[in-house]
Unconditional design. Sequence first.
Length: 140
Amino acid sequence: MEYVCIGNPFKRGPDEHLIADAPTTGQKVEPKIFFANERTFLQYLHCGVVLTSLASAILSFTDHESFAHFYALMMLVIAFGFIVYALHTFRWRAEMIRLRVPARWDDPFGPIVLCYAMVFVLTINFVVKIYEVVKEIEAI
């Protein structure tokens, strides 16, 4: 039996399998592992919902020509990314736990990408606000 996970972040190519044969003894899975997976899923969903709420509030209180409108749309894309990543990671880990695959069950790349995206958007917002303040000072 070969195990192939489509969303495995450690897979190098389409022909590489996570394990060559099914293990003769399954890895022991305690019930708390299922709850830890669900808890992580809920935490990522919480982050996505908070970002969506902030972006929706910014969208509702700004006009369409301002930079804040563009900023809120970028935040919505990142919030959607958090939600999609949460679902993908939850399903991937649940499958790994169900099959008791003796491999890594964490994803070191996804959180880094999401955080860099959020820092990028916040940095752009900061730079634009500084630029607007400098323009106002020069106008005086």
